[in-house]
Design a protein around this ligand. Sequence first.
Ligand code: NAD
Length: 418
Amino acid sequence: MEEPRREESAYDVALRQYDAVAEKLDIDPGIREMLRHPEFALEVAFPVKMDDGSVKVFKGYRVVHNTARGPGKGGIRYHPDVTFEEVKALSMWMTWKCAVVGIPYGGAKGGVTCNPLEMSKGEKERLTRRFTVEISNVIGPYTDIPGPDMFTDAQVMAWIMDTYSTQKGKFVPGVVTGKPIPLGGSLGRTPATARGLVICIREAAKELGLPLDSLRIAVQGYGNVGAHLASILEGYGCKIVGVTDIGGGCFCDAGLDPCALTAQLLETGSIDGTPGTDCLTNDELFELDCDVLVPAAVGNQITKANAGKIKAKIIAEGANGPTTPEADEILADRGVMVIPDILANAGGVTVSYFEWVQNLMNFYWTEEEIAERLERIMTESFQAVLSTAKEKGTRLREAAYNLAILRVAEAMKLRGVC
Ligand code: NAD
């Protein structure tokens, strides 16, 4: 009998993407092999008292992929689908992301398998504080610095900072980024990922000769990334024609109004059913007649099943790992420009880095200073990836990996192995 084919995990995909580029590079074979593995991977199980008095056990993970260029950096995700393999993949992508934009961090990631949408604020706080205690020997301002990710926000970061600082007996704001402003958060952190994406979309549109103010945009996910992106692009004159979230989706050929979507989200928990819009499914979103498609929700959304039907000329990966390698091939053959996640969504970690620097200095910058620095880093990084792609005749993803892997391998070589 034929053996059932094991479904490919996010980590398998991350390794395939890495191997495809690394094996063509002139780097030491030992360094190349080391970069296939996380330096450190922690899996914990911990109890949380729920509001009804019962005790529920949760599984959580913290993985540090590489620290050759600096401390580990990466968000903590709360989602029912979080797995160890996914967190390992995300930690590896963080290593490449920090390297491609040249910020002095390695890669890390964390997650707890849970459904925060079904938990009260008190339950989320108890879960966060207990998880922080479980990983407190790993995280630290000079070792591994968490930040927000899917379904974690500034409040969750504040609880992590408070729990860690209480344990250490001193205020340690630099242990985590994405904090509320009064606790050492940075101005401009909340919309940073969306701002970085917009800079990449602007540069890509320029390269393809498409005027920014006439772009038609489709967005999957209307959370931190998707909602900020929609309102910034709408401000530039773009038409947001379709948006989906976990509860459904909306379409309007003349352009959706981000304020109306946000009002519906605040009232009902989803953008679905926003007045004056038509219903839209995820499948329909990916096939919309648009110039730019932005997956800004979960991984594995663009696959060989839908890649051939995508009409967008540019895909800007807001989410991490939204495109499978097979879909990448199909899109490349069809001439779609894919701005890879490790570049496209690096605005968030870049401003997280600014937040950490401000925490360590205890000296804070204006929003204009933050925006200016972000603009410079994202534009230069996009242009560096684009010229590497042109020079080597590769796609943007391979070019971004090429630059990132060489930077990490160089740091490892310079540090030496003993
Ligand atoms: P968020 O929790 O604020 O929002 C997630 C959005 O995705 C929500 O609108 C949710 O309804 C939607 N969603 C979830 N599952 C979905 C599904 N199956 N179909 C359609 N929509 C779905 O998260 P976020 O911070 O906006 O992050 C979104 C993505 O961007 C994640 O993949 C995250 O890893 C990535 N990312 C975020 C940042 C950041 O700074 N927030 C930085 C880099 C990358």
